[in-house]
Ligand binder design. Structure first.
Ligand code: 5GP
Ligand code: MN
Length: 338
């Protein structure tokens, strides 16, 4: 692993270390950040984890989550910490632009920076860069980092639970991006005592009634299937947000229902938020939604899971999406599963 010697020398004595991850942190962003924080604290460092925005309530059980700072809620502690920050660790995102104002606070700080991520096309930020776009998750890479840093790395049960959470969520419950080496890593992680069944229930079987009713609404009233393009679209407008009292995390997983249709190769989930239209893209096979997110929607991500946004309103966004589809008709119709 290139640059590991330098990391070892940087971490040889206690440092003030800021760990950041992306807006709307998911299981991988949270899991990798908390795992890294626990591991660094065990080495004697002074660590702060900061997310631009809140995390979904289903992750409220995770070790160390109570100490996380949320920039949108209270930026004061973060701003103060950055004054004395000596190391910056960027996890599960690939460009400071993805953390908005939080990134502005430290983008010009001349401190040792580490980036560990699996998103496509990372910005060349970081003195130490562990970027592997074939990896299932940032948690898989963080595990790899821990193992290479020291063979008897201090991975305890708390760290293992965090890493498992990131892996199980970013692979959609071991559906995507699985490799023999991932399963070996997971075997070792489980051997540390992780109760995988309990974590599964905490994350995947933790909806409330409102969530299931929202899903029903999406499928009954807000779904359009464009057979010709093997594409499914679900949208939620401002009114829906109010009626269903939609909070952060309530929309999690809805986009995946479109992929359950045999005839759908691309799933698009559009939400009318207060100032932007946010879009999630998912695909099957070798069809790249990353390209569409990047070229048309100021976004990016992975080949089969990407996101982006517009500022042109809901109806215009849906029209824009529909106007692009003919260009991809052939690819969408031949997207190969294996
Ligand atoms: P989701 O649809 O679950 O929000 O995001 C799917 C994937 O796309 C994640 O890996 C996420 O990091 C990435 N992503 C979501 N929104 C954006 C965005 O606005 N810009 C970029 N570059 N990536 C995004
Ligand atoms: Mn990830």
């Amino acid at each position: 692993m290139e640059g590991l010697e330098e990391v070892r020398s940087i971490l040889a004595n206690p440092k003030n270390i800021l760990i950041t991850s992306h807006r709307n942190p998911d299981g991988d962003a949270i899991g990798s950040s908390l795992a890294m924080a626990i591991w660094l604290k065990r080495l004697g460092h002074h660590v702060m984890v900061a997310f631009p925005s809140e995390y979904p309530a289903i992750y409220g059980w995770m070790p160390g989550i109570d100490e996380v700072e949320i920039f949108d809620i209270d930026s004061e502690n973060i701003t103060r910490f950055i004054e004395s920050m000596e190391v910056s660790i960027i996890l599960d995102y690939n460009s400071l632009s993805r953390i908005d104002k939080l990134g502005d606070l430290f983008k010009d700080k001349d401190v040792y920076t580490m980036l560990i991520d699996h998103h496509l096309y990372p910005d060349p930020i970081g003195d130490f860069i562990l970027s592997d776009t074939d990896a299932s998750s940032t948690c898989e890479l963080v595990y790899r980092f821990f193992c290479e840093y020291a063979p008897q790395s201090n991975i305890d049960l708390d760290i293992a639970e965090c890493l498992y959470t990131g892996i199980v969520t970013d692979t959609g419950g071991f559906q995507y991006s699985t490799t023999p080496s991932l399963f070996r890593a997971v075997a070792s992680i489980q051997e540390l005592g992780v109760n995988t069944r309990a974590i599964h229930d905490l994350i995947f079987n933790a909806l409330n009634e409102k969530n299931l009713r929202l899903l029903g609404h999406c499928l009954s009233n807000r779904m359009e299937i464009l057979d010709e393009f093997k594409t499914g679209i679900i949208f939620l407008n401002k009114h829906d947000f109010a009626v269903f009292d939609i909070q952060r995390g309530d929309k999690e997983g809805i986009v995946n229902y479109l992929l359950k249709l045999k005839n759908v190769n691309m799933a698009i989930f559009i939400r009318q938020q207060p100032s932007i239209i946010k879009i999630s893209f998912r695909s099957k096979g070798d069809f790249s939604v990353e390209e569409i997110a990047k070229n048309y929607f100021n976004g990016g991500g992975h080949r089969n899971a990407s996101g982006g946004y517009t500022k042109i309103g809901l109806a215009a966004t849906i029209d824009l999406i529909k106007s692009i589809l003919p260009d991809y008709k052939e690819q969408l119709n031949k997207s190969i599963l294996l």
